[in-house]
Design a protein around this ligand. Structure first.
Ligand code: CA
Ligand code: CA
Length: 374
């Protein structure tokens, strides 16, 4: 029943907003760096995995979300198979400026600012949740790539000491990422974790291939990078964020990122240390939640870093490549490490890669028959 779904979304949003607003401006590290490890969690780059010389300091403060979280039982969040909570928003077609002439990361190909023309399309109002992904898995007996490979990348600080002690390798460019056996969407922080109380959180440890399978089953598809950026900008021209250029207007957080010293401690000043429910924080001008922050989102495009400055209509990225584009940054981003929670920012991973800060949302040319217009 769409009404029931809509009420559920409003309820999530209301609860989350109460917790997330009225926080102080975050203090951001000023370190200038470009290798935050955003793109380091790739399966097909085995040279990026190195042996850990010595066990890390066991006194490292665990930055797991220890704040009280909203409790939602599975039963509350699982609806009939005929029901789909994943509402979509109509994104108006037209011209907009994609990219920026003031790139933070030149190597990422954030530039140049160029005019793009996009047809009207539909975008999921929020990141795909665990509840939604579970319905897909149950209906199709689907196994994610992380489950087939047997592991996925998890932030070290989120692991229990027991799991951490079993790990011998780390990502060379970003040693806070550990390949963890048994980490997958049901066990996002390793085999001794679960999602029972986080069914309204974004699904993570899903590869691009998993995301495509889900969207296809939902009679949807992944957005192109241009569509994603159009949706992120929500009609605002040449702004850093969906809402403007100030990250915390009126001292209110609009996105879930990291506060504190990365990767040691996430103070959760924005209300969340770790991932948050998919309808937390105010939506952007198009009604889309968490386009920036919370989890990175896969797009359909192959990665490329040079772009034509000329007007393009419905661009679809490179014809082929090794990596797919992901957008929006995640709860692990800070200004000093991975200042990529900006609409123009981008990063990449191989299509079979997965990590604890990488999810997705779907797009569609037409509203699927089972959804009603918001
Ligand atoms: Ca946060
Ligand atoms: Ca996001």
């Amino acid at each position: 029943m769409p009404n029931k779904q809509y009420r559920l979304m409003i309820f999530w949003g209301f609860c989350a907003l109460n917790l997330c607003l009225s926080k102080e401006e975050c203090t951001v590290p000023q370190e200038d760096e470009t290798t935050c490890g955003c793109a380091a969690t790739s399966r097909r780059r085995p040279e990026s995995i190195v042996e850990i010389d010595e066990p890390d300091d066991k006194t490292t403060e665990n930055s797991l979300n220890t704040a009280p979280s909203f409790k939602y039982s599975k039963a509350v969040n699982i609806v009939d198979d005929s029901d789909c909570t994943h509402q979509m928003v109509e994104i108006p077609g037209g011209k907009f400026i994609m990219g920026t002439n003031d790139p933070i990361f030149h190597a990422d190909g954030e530039h140049p600012a160029r005019w793009i023309e996009i047809d009207t399309f539909y975008m999921d109002a929020h990141e795909v949740s665990n509840a939604e992904f579970e319905r897909f898995v149950n209906a199709n007996s689907y196994k994610t790539e992380a489950e087939k490979f047997g592991d996925s990348f998890v932030l070290e600080g989120e692991l229990s000491e027991a799991v951490k002690s079993t790990i011998q390798n780390a990502v060379a460019a970003a040693p806070w990422w550990l390949p963890v056996k048994g980490a997958n969407w049901r066990h996002p922080e390793g085999p001794d974790s679960n999602i029972t109380d986080r069914m309204d959180h974004p699904v993570v440890h899903v590869s691009w291939n998993d995301a495509v399978a889900f969207c296809t089953w939902m009679d949807k598809r992944l957005p192109t990078e241009a569509e994603w950026e159009r949706a992120c900008r929500a009609g605002k021209q040449e702004r850093l964020f969906s809402w403007g250029n100030k990250f915390t207007p009126n001292n209110q957080y609009r996105a879930n990122i990291w506060q504190g010293t990365f990767p040691k401690e996430d103070t959760g000043l924005d209300g969340w240390a770790g991932r948050c429910p998919v309808t937390s924080f105010p939506p952007n001008g198009y009604g889309l939640y968490n386009m920036l922050g919370n989890v990175w989102e896969w797009t359909n495009d192959w990665w490329q870093v040079s772009h034509s400055p000329s007007l393009e209509t419905n661009p679809r990225g490179a014809n082929a490549g090794e990596d797919k584009v992901k957008k929006g940054g995640s709860y692990m981003c800070t200004k000093g490490y991975c200042y990529r929670y900006r609409c123009a920012a981008r990063s990449q991973n191989t299509p079979d890669s997965s990590a604890g800060n990488l999810g997705f949302r779907c797009a569609a040319d037409k509203l699927p028959h089972y959804l009603k217009k918001l």
